[in-house]
Design a protein around this ligand. Sequence first.
Ligand SMILES: C[S@@+](CC[C@H](N)C(=O)[O-])C[C@H]1O[C@@H](n2cnc3c(N)ncnc32)[C@H](O)[C@@H]1O
Length: 289
Amino acid sequence: MPDRMTSLPQPFQGVGSDEPRAATASRLSPCGSSAKLASTNAVTIGNATLYLGDCREILPTLPEATAGITFTSPPYNLGEGMEHKGGMRRAPGRKWARLSDGYEGDGDNLPYPEYCSQQREVLTELWRVTSGAIFYNHKPRIVKGVARLPFFVELPLRQIITWDRGSGFNCNAGAFAPNCEWVLMYAKPNWRLRDLKASMAGDVWRIAAQPDPDHPASFPVALPMRAIEAVADRVILDPYMGSGTTGVAALKLGRSFIGIERNPAFFDLACRRIEETHRQGDLFAGAAA
Ligand SMILES: C[S@@+](CC[C@H](N)C(=O)[O-])C[C@H]1O[C@@H](n2cnc3c(N)ncnc32)[C@H](O)[C@@H]1O
C-alpha cells in the first residue's frame, strides 16, 4: 500500500462544517471491498477518511473546525532513556515485546524536549481543526524521581478524566503497578456535553484494558465510546489512529471519522477493522429495513 500512496492529500474543499468532506476519487484501495482512495494517500470507507502519513504534515492541510471532537492517544515516548535497546523487538510467542521498546521501526524514544515540542505542535494544530473538545489520553510518569506530566500546551483544560485500566504493566517491587492513565479534556468555551445525563458518566472511567496482539498500545473500544456517546458532535478525529479503535467506536455510534496513522502496517490494520465495522453497520441497517 505505501508505495501507491506517496504524496500529501489535497486539502479538503469547504471549511467550517462538522460534516465529513467528500472523497475525491474512486479507485479501489487494497484495504477492502468498499474502501476507496480519497487522494493519493487517503482512503474512504463509508463515513471514515483515513490518511496514511505523519499527522504533523497532514493536520495543517485540514481546514479549521474540520472535526467536532478529537479523541487520541499519542506515543508516550516510553523508550526515552532506553535508546540502547534499539527499537522494537519481538519475543517468542508474542507479536510485540515491551511497550517501552517502541513501535515497529520507531523506538518511541525522542529526547524529552523534542518530544514535548512535537506534542505542542500537534495539540496546537488539533485546537485549530477541532471545533469542540480534544480528549487527549496520556499518563503522568516519574522518570528518575521527577514527575513528567503531560501538560505540553496552555490550552483551556476543562477536566482531567482518570482512566482506571484495572491492571498495570511494569510490575516491580519498587512501586505499586500504575493502573491508571489520564484523558485530558481541552474544550472550547461554548462546548458542552450532549446533555446533563451525559455528565453522570463521572470523571473516573473503569474500563478494562484489552491487549491487542496486533498493536502494542491500543486502547479498548469502550474508552473512546464513553466520550463519543457523551457528546453531540458528528465528526470524530484521531491523528494517532493506530489500529483504528477510535474509528471503530465512532462508526458504531453512527458518527463520521477522520484518522491519521504513519505506520503502514497499523494503517492497514485500521483499514481492516473500520471496513469490518462499516460492513456490520450495513448488515444491521439491512436487517432493520
Ligand atoms: C498510542 S498509539 C495509538 C493506538 C490507538 N489508540 C489504538 O487503539 O490502536 C500511537 C500511534 O501513533 C502512531 N504515530 C506516531 N507518530 C505519529 C505521527 N507523527 N503521525 C501519525 N501517526 C503517528 C504510531 O505508529 C501508533 O500507532
